[in-house]
Design a protein around this ligand. Structure first.
Ligand code: NAI
Length: 465
């Protein structure tokens, strides 16, 4: 501590203003605690400013453009023109509104927000490097929510102007003529498809012999078909080794062939971010993968220090961080809160959308569950046809007692439909529970009912000998 620098004190110090951190701060403040939230970036974190929200905003616009280009069969002929400046300012407007909402909530809940990077000085004191100097904060409890960072690979430094990470790609400074995407995971698929729809010729390099290895095989097939339709080349089993640059054109070397690109988007995963936090001063450390280990109430080895979100093992998903932030805040406020979710859904907002929850058929069989599966195709859905989006299906995996273990949804609206599937698995629902619940007609949600009816051998809108 600097001489003369009197520390402030707080009941709960939250470090990091992303989905894990700001939700923890709001929940703890709602429970009556004095909360300080230290964040070196804008509230909302990567999710709101450089990840989930800008990507979904731009993907929505790209889908709109693509739909407009193909509306002739509905009798609508349009001339489309992309104004990137307007697109960027529309995206920024969305982010600003949501950030304004979080700032207003923090104000209303009297969360003391301090802008700056925090580091531990002792297990009960941190210092925040603010614009106006260092601020010492004594805390009774702390919640670490410092998130994650994009992984860099050798030969493709993010410092290079033509090497993008997701954050850079979401600036949409331009639509490259040719875009090489390294990694066909969440980000590669979402942003690769988005740029293809905005007009880029996209090539995806995936190191694995398969992409989306955890998905159902028919899901991969549906995505592969659509990528081909969008003119995206997917190179499986291809590792990018580096590039040379000449006249703004990159020659990307792979172990198979060389390809030309204007920009390269590197999307090969994320890693937990604890740099500069000085965990050691709090007598804490990370595991060999860089995660902070906690129990199910999010407590680290020190019972008064919690960790939530991407710094804690598990999928790098904002909705996991939200849930963990609430558990940590409640536990820190004396409630007996534990992370008890059976399942965490995942959604890839590519085309078609892919949403899944629970186990795939293969995973369930590997766990020695006696499962079988059934599908319902959106081709047989009145709503999907009326929306001109008949591609895709819902697959239900359930056991001999008809208890549902997994649901995968592929197609337009999958991201919204998965909510019912999550509830079903959390509640231990059987196929009958869904099949006997009347779903409104005509909706996409009926298709989940139809898939479970097919599972029970009662479906009327599908036929197989
Ligand atoms: P990812 O883990 O989803 O996919 C990375 C892909 O890159 C894998 O298929 C991997 O085999 C491949 N790869 C690794 N090294 C490679 C190399 N040297 N050359 C070629 N391919 C290589 O990671 P991604 O896409 O970066 O996303 C990070 C995380 O962010 C995701 O795991 C997800 O949790 C989260 N995310 C979630 C979204 C959502 O919920 N819709 C959207 C975007 C990201």
């Amino acid at each position: 501590m600097v001489m003369g620098d009197l520390p402030e004190s707080t009941d709960i110090l939250v470090i990091g203003g992303g989905p894990g951190g700001y939700v923890a701060a709001l929940r703890a403040a709602a429970l009556g605690k004095n909360v300080t939230l230290a964040s070196d970036g804008k509230l909302g974190g990567i999710c709101l400013h450089y990840g989930c929200i800008p990507s979904k905003t731009l993907i929505h616009a790209a889908n709109f453009l693509e739909d407009a280009k193909h509306s002739e069969e509905m009798g609508i002929t349009t001339k489309t023109k992309l104004d990137l400046k307007k697109l960027r300012s529309w995206k920024q407007g969305v982010l600003d509104k949501l950030e304004g909402g979080i700032n207003a909530l923090c104000k209303a809940r009297k969360v003391n927000v301090i802008k700056g990077k925090a580091e531990f000085e002792t297990p009960n004191r941190a210092v925040v490097q603010t614009e106006n100097g260092r601020k010492s904060i004594e805390f009774t409890k702390a919640i670490i929510a410092t998130g994650s960072k994009a992984t860099e690979i050798q030969g493709f430094p993010f410092s290079h102007k033509r090497v993008w990470n997701a954050r850079k790609a979401l600036e949409v400074a331009e639509v490259p003529g040719k875009l090489a995407v390294i990694g066909a995971g969440y980000i590669g698929l979402e942003l690769g498809v988005m740029y293809a729809k905005l007009g880029s010729k996209v090539t995806m390099l995936e190191a694995g012999s398969e992409f989306m290895p955890k998905a159902e095989p028919e899901t991969r097939k549906a995505v592969q078909k659509r990528l081909a339709e969008l003119g995206i080349e997917l190179m499986l089993g291809s590792k990018a080794e580096g590039f040379t640059e000449r006249n703004k054109t990159l020659k990307v070397k792979t172990d198979a062939k060389e390809l030309e690109a204007d920009y390269v988007l590197v999307a090969v995963g994320m890693k937990p971010y604890t740099e500069g936090l000085k965990l050691e001063n709090a007598t804490l450390s990370t595991d060999e993968r860089g995660f902070i280990v906690t129990n199910d109430s999010m407590q680290t080895r020190l019972p008064h220090v919690y960790a939530v979100g991407d710094v804690r093992a598990g999928p790098f998903l904002a909705h996991k961080a939200y849930a963990e932030g609430k558990v940590a805040a409640e536990h820190a406020c004396g409630l007996n809160s534990v992370f008890q979710a059976q399942v965490i859904p995942s959604v890839i907002f590519c085309d078609p959308e892919i949403a899944s929850v629970g186990m795939t058929e293969k995973e369930a069989i590997e766990k020695e569950l006696n499962v079988k599966s059934a599908k319902f195709s959106f081709h047989a859905s009145g709503r999907a046809q009326s929306m001109n989006s008949p591609e895709g299906f819902i697959k239900v995996v359930a056991d001999e007692k008809n208890v549902i273990h997994g649901i995968e949804i592929v197609g337009r609206g999958a991201s919204e439909l998965i909510g019912e599937a999550v509830l079903a698995i959390e509640m231990g629902a059987t196929a009958e529970d869904i099949a006997l619940s009347i779903h409104a007609h005509p909706t996409l949600s009926e298709s989940l009912m139809e898939a479970t009816e097919n599972f029970l051998g009662k479906g009327v809108h599908s036929y197989s000998k």
